[in-house]
Design a protein around this ligand. Sequence first.
Ligand SMILES: Cc1cc2nc3c(=O)[nH]c(=O)nc-3n(C[C@H](O)[C@H](O)[C@H](O)COP(=O)(O)O)c2cc1C
Length: 364
Amino acid sequence: MTDVLSEFTFPRTGLTVRNRTVLAALTNKQSHEDGALSDDEHHWLTLRSKGGFGIVTTAAANVTEHGRGWEGELGVWSDHHLPGLTRLASELSAHGAVSLAQLFHGGMRAPFELTGVQPVSASENTDSSMKGVTSRELSNSEIESIIISFGDAAVRCEAAGFSGVELHGAHSYLISQFLGSQTNRRKDKWGGDLSGRSMLLKHIIENVRARTSEEFVVGVRLSPAIRDLGIELNETLRVAQWCSEWGLDFIHVSCWDVYQTKTDKNGQETSLTKWFSKHLNSQIPIITTGKIWDSNDVNFAMEEGADLVGVGRAGIAHYDWPRQLEDENSSPKKPPFSIEHLKQAGLSDTFVTYMSRWDGFVLP
Ligand SMILES: Cc1cc2nc3c(=O)[nH]c(=O)nc-3n(C[C@H](O)[C@H](O)[C@H](O)COP(=O)(O)O)c2cc1C
């Protein structure tokens, strides 16, 4: 089995990562009202590069002003974001990490109270979190414009010095709303069968690829299945396969729990990571994330076929989580954490307050 602390090289670009640990995208609510990076957010992310992470990913960052999903969200929709992004990319790289910006659009989950406009999606949808506000169906030209916004944002990230971008195709945001048969009931080229429902993602990838350099890393994050949207595991596997054919550099599987299994056709309980690694057969690198905390979890994820392992909460609690893995027997402390511990780990009051909404993470 490959050692998680060994180097990894992206096959297409030749970019080498110092080890196989990934700080997954983590919304932290610390950005300024206009989406500009704050000093607090800069500090929390650069500390993870100092702490030894191979890849550091930004929080979900919006490619359009009206696609914002929550307050304190990072923006990549305008050049006024460039100074903060440039300072961040430069410092992440100075401390040895490969830097990724996660690009997204909230779609039906961009609240009216925040954006002042009706949310948009593949079709008219009512998301349970939207207090009864229904999204409206995007027109063809609006879809084209969102695709260009993803491309603009990627160009901006490359200009800022990021190593690459992760397209957020998971967790029920716009790209997954297009992938889902429940949320995408369009009859035009952007809907219909799975191939039509993947058109938005395909065009975003093409736009980003055409406008960034050969060296720029481009990957996608996918949820294995999202029942409410009408996305099944076998469909996501096909989308992942297409993504590898469309020239992406990685697939990041957002499992939430890497130990979760789904029975295969021979009645064998198979982990979500393994479903992807078997299906993709080493054609494209896989990152997997979800409830990875110690060396046993890391080894399990890699045995199931992951090339890199992502963490969310372990990386929030332990800025130097990769270094702690150097001792195979170490067991990084698990939640709940005191406010003092989290502050020492580089979280601001705003981020700590946000984390107290995550069950059992912060000591009352
Ligand atoms: C506070 C918090 C914020 C998150 N924000 C994002 C995000 O911006 N984008 C994303 O794709 N996933 C986000 N996630 C999901 C994480 O990236 C990760 O997949 C999840 O926490 C499971 O991994 P873990 O068990 O190691 O925490 C978030 C999770 C948490 C706990």
